[in-house]
Design a protein around this ligand. Structure first.
Ligand SMILES: [Zn+2]
Ligand SMILES: [Zn+2]
Length: 752
């Protein structure tokens, strides 16, 4: 049996199946998975096999298996054989798993020996990846190695009939990790953390992959205080709800969303907010909430019917790395947290919460981390060259390949932040060793100044490896292809923020076609100037002004002044010169910037305090407009040679007219969304006519926009073209390393 079959209760499950079907023989873990030897009636073996394939243990994932008949050895019983010495590490490292219902029951049962024990776990749940130092995965290679099991725990661990048979992090209150509550000086306090939260305190809480900051989400004062203390951070806070009922009270919840909330990954699910009485500081100017259910017993113990909703936001400050150590938390959060809820089980692999949303009718990750990493993306029938794909510069994940699998790392964030870069640099060799992968090629982004490009160069020199540079949006395209198991020529629409183009411009609204080996650029948003370059991305008012004056005729200046009142005369004059003389004004076809500029014009947001703020606020406004069916013109201009550009002149002119007529911004935001959706479809139809292809992949961070994606799906339904969205990795830069890996692999194969 191949796949996730170790560390997930597979052998005891087989042991029990053998008992049920009166089979003899053995089961053992080998270097590639699990081997089963069954002897008995042919019919019984068939039945056992069917039962195994149809209802394996909840966390097992059988990716493939092979079966053959051999002469019986006449075993007199069924037994679990100790593991063979492993040469290659083929078995998959399991990801962390949200608490299971059995453990939850024990946690809440006053008669159980694990009543209220915050580190209760079993073979079906608990910490895995975040505590693993090295392979093979057993207790002495994890941060549980400092705890000796008590006789009761050991007996469970040794008993194949027990749910905790070989559960490596098995523990109880007598022998396992302990929780401590500290004040902000690090002194132990004897208080109930739950009661402290109810009293309005802010707690730093050590979870599975790092520290969170928590407070009562219904306590406006506490939420405001947390918002002020995290002042450089305007991002929406994630919430943790005691149960589904609480989630339903705050948000609309579909069956698909519920399924994600309760899945073993326990991601943060972005939901449509319903209860408007929640403190506004949770998600300023947005209409959605990111909610998760408790995924460890420790979290569960913080919640109660009187405290059913808490803020549970990453404790790291202004895009710094996750905080994982107790002392570090005390040093960095001393001014924010009133108390520290810590424990003595170490975190070796930091891991953010996974985040996603049901987008265009199906689940899409925006961050694939806790609960997913290090599970690979499987490429059926495609044998990969072992390689390292360094990933993008922002929202970084890197990828390693082995056989038919691509392993994406957890998120490292913005690598221009030196602390993040250090963590990244440390994680790459660690992951190579954990997965036992020795790369033969290093793939990186085409951008000459990215940290990842410098890192790739250094690694290639150190290990004498070849390097290959990949265009950012070709990587997006390849990522969505691999995500959907496509291996043929396809069309692609990439709606993204920033990517270095082959002509030196900043690309981002691209119409491509091709495969893993090569691509052509058939169309793009026409180039607009970005005065101040990437550094000015935050100041969206400036961008809107530059777009207007470079696209429309001179008369527009007065109107621009009117609709962008926050822009001072001096600033405007400077922009005039910069744009006219092309001083420090790189050209961009970015879709993200198009959204930024529109949001600024509509007066919705003038400064992006966090990435995507302006577009997210505009999406929220548009969603609540009832004025349907109207759209601006974002015109497709053909160049005669089959290529085209999208021209924004009519779009800006019509928007200005609406704004100056005093129309409601939500309506205009909706018209803008339809304009982009229609332009995407126009581009797809044009590409299909030119290339004769009938499949299109959609990738890029803009496809996190649920409103736009739903519109695109609606319009695509009227065409005869099949569309593909991301399913396993994010459409944003978090998924780019997957595409880099596929492209690198193809290049390597073609060279040989
Ligand atoms: Zn469990
Ligand atoms: Zn114990």
């Amino acid at each position: 049996m191949f796949g996730v079959v170790q560390g997930v209760g597979f052998r005891p499950f087989i042991y029990r199946l053998a008992g049920k079907h009166r089979l003899h023989g053995f089961v053992l873990n080998n270097s590639q998975g699990v081997t089963i030897h069954w002897e008995g009636e042919a019919r019984s073996i068939d039945q056992a096999l069917a039962a195994m394939l149809n209802s394996p243990p909840p966390l097992a994932k059988i990716t493939s298996y092979s079966c053959r008949e051999i002469e019986p050895n006449k075993y007199s019983s069924f037994f679990i054989q100790e593991s063979l010495v492993r040469e290659g590490i083929e078995a998959l490292i399991p990801p962390d798993v949200g608490i299971c219902s059995d453990c939850m029951r024990e946690l809440q049962d006053a008669a159980d020996r694990r009543f209220s024990y915050p580190f209760t776990n079993c073979t079906n749940c608990g910490p895995r990846f975040t505590i693993i130092r090295d392979m093979p995965y057993d207790r002495r290679q994890t941060t549980m190695n400092q705890f000796d099991m008590c006789p009761s725990c050991q007996a469970e661990y040794d008993d194949p009939e027990n749910r905790r048979f070989h559960a490596q992090p098995n523990a109880c209150g007598r022998c396992g990790p302990r929780m401590e509550l500290w004040d902000h000086m690090g002194n132990i306090v004897n208080e109930d953390p739950h009661r402290l939260l109810l009293a309005g305190n802010i707690l730093a809480v050590k979870g599975l992959g790092g520290f969170h900051l928590a407070c009562n989400a219904m306590d406006e004062e506490a939420v405001d205080r947390l918002r002020q203390l995290k002042k450089r951070d305007a991002k929406p806070f994630a919430l943790m709800a005691a149960d589904l009922e609480t989630v339903r009270r705050c948000c609309r919840l579909s069956a698909a969303e519920e399924e994600q909330l309760i899945s073993p990954v326990r991601p943060i699910v972005v939901l449509q907010q319903q209860d408007l009485s929640l403190p506004q500081a949770i998600n300023p100017a947005l209409d959605s909430l990111g909610i998760m259910l408790p995924y460890t017993p420790l979290h569960q113990l913080l919640l109660s019917p009187t405290l059913s909703l808490v803020v549970m936001t990453s404790a790291n400050l202004s895009s710094n790395p996750l905080i994982t150590a107790n002392k570090e938390a005390l040093e960095q959060l001393g001014e924010i947290a009133d108390f520290f809820l810590v424990h003595n089980r170490g975190i070796v692999n930091p891991c953010d919460d996974s985040v996603g949303a049901v987008t265009g009718g199906s689940w899409q990750y925006t961050r694939r981390a806790r609960g997913c990493v290090p599970l690979p993306v499987h490429l059926r029938g495609k044998e990969m060259t072992p390689l390292l794909a360094c990933g993008p510069n922002f929202k970084n994940t890197f990828a390693l390949t082995k056989g038919e699998k691509v392993f994406l790392s957890q998120h490292w964030g913005d690598l221009d932040n030196y602390l993040n870069y250090l963590k990244y640099e440390e994680a790459v060799p660690k992951m190579m060793s954990l997965l036992d992968i020795k790369p033969e090629l290093v793939v990186h982004d085409l951008h000459p100044d990215y940290q990842t490009t410098a890192f790739a160069g250094k690694l290639c020199r150190d290990l004498s490896l070849p390097a290959h540079a990949v265009q950012h949006h070709h990587a997006h395209m390849a990522s969505c292809m691999a995500d959907n198991g496509l291996d043929e020529e396809v069309m692609a629409v990439i709606c993204d923020g920033t990517g270095y183009g082959t002509d030196g411009a900043i690309w981002g609204f691209e119409f491509l076609y091709g495969d893993y080996g090569s691509y052509s650029r058939l169309g793009h948003l026409h180039y607009l100037p970005l005065p101040g370059g990437e550094a000015s991305i935050k100041k969206v008012d400036r961008m809107a002004y530059a777009f207007l004056i470079s696209t429309l005729n001179n008369g527009v200046k007065q109107q621009a002044e009117q609709v962008l009142p926050r822009l001072g005369t001096k600033e405007r004059e400077l922009l005039d010169i910069q744009v006219k003389r092309k001083i420090n004004s790189p050209l961009t076809s970015s879709c993200g910037r198009l959204f930024d500029a529109a949001a600024a014009l509509l007066g919705i947001c003038s400064i992006n305090k966090y990435e995507g703020q302006a577009p997210m606020e505009m999406e929220a406004k548009a969603r609540h407009s009832t004025d349907k069916g109207q759209y601006y013109r974002l015109e497709l201009a053909k160049n005669g040679d089959g290529t085209f550009t999208l021209n924004t002149a009519a779009l800006w002119a019509e928007m200005l007219e609406d704004i100056l007529a005093g129309k409601e911004p939500g309506t205009l935001a909706l018209k803008f969304h339809w304009a982009v959706a229609r332009a995407i479809i126009d581009g797809v139809l044009h590409m299909a006519a030119v290339t004769g292809l009938d499949k299109v992949v959609f990738s890029g961070g803009v496809f996190q926009n649920r409103l736009l994606t739903a519109m695109v799906k609606e319009l695509m339904a009227e065409t005869k073209i099949d569309e593909y969205l991301h399913r396993q990795v994010p459409p944003n830069d978090g998924g780019v390393s997957l595409g880099q890996a596929l492209i690198g692999n193809e290049v390597q194969k073609r060279c040989v």
